[in-house]
Design a protein around this ligand. Structure first.
Ligand SMILES: [Zn+2]
Length: 183
């Protein structure tokens, strides 16, 4: 059965019929959010403006349409029969840009996950994705807050409380410089 419209138009029509909330990116966002994961959207300071960014994990997630971004081996990555050269050039540009974006992010220490549109229809895939996100460690949040700050308290010396809120650095400084001869 031949389609009366080209794949792009068809894709747009289908998207309109399904409604905005079933767009692959929305599906991913909703799932990860309900899984308790928090992210930033479309961080334009990063290469490629990733769809979802997990700053603490240095993780960027892209949700790609199979047609435009050429999901390898996917049945949705068709090539229109007419204006073939035009399409192939366009696809090559998209794929090249995606690869350069991922390279740039990884070179800067980011982890990149690419989610394909067709995958977002599977709840099993979405659960695996959530696990993959959790698997990327959050950097710099494992240490308890300033564990050494309490040590100076062992001294009986109490700092003047006239200052509204003496800083911890000041307390330790005074304790170090003060005389240690008992009473
Ligand atoms: Zn696909």
């Amino acid at each position: 059965m031949t389609d009366i419209v080209d794949p792009v138009t068809r894709s747009r029509m289908m998207a309109a019929i399904r409604g905005k909330d079933t767009k692959p990116e929305m599906v991913v966002r909703r799932y990860l959010h309900s899984a308790g994961l928090r992210y930033v959207l479309h961080d334009c300071t990063l290469p490629g403006k990733p769809d979802l960014v997990f700053p603490g994990r240095r993780l960027a997630v892209f949700v790609h349409g199979c047609f435009w971004h050429r999901h390898p081996g996917c049945r949705y990555a068709t090539t229109p029969a007419t204006r073939r050269e035009f399409w192939e050039k366009k696809f090559a540009a998209n794929v090249g840009r995606d690869r350069r974006t991922a390279d740039a992010l990884e070179a800067a220490g980011w982890t990149v996950i690419t989610v394909w549109e067709c995958e977002t229809r599977s709840s099993q895939f979405l659960e695996r994705l959530a696990q993959a996100v959790r698997h990327v460690p959050v950097a710099g949040r494992t240490r308890p807050k300033q564990p050494a700050a309490r040590q100076p308290r062992r001294r009986q010396y109490s700092p003047p409380s006239s200052a509204s809120n003496p800083g911890k650095a000041r307390i330790s400084l005074e304790a170090a410089s003060g005389p240690t001869s008992g009473k």
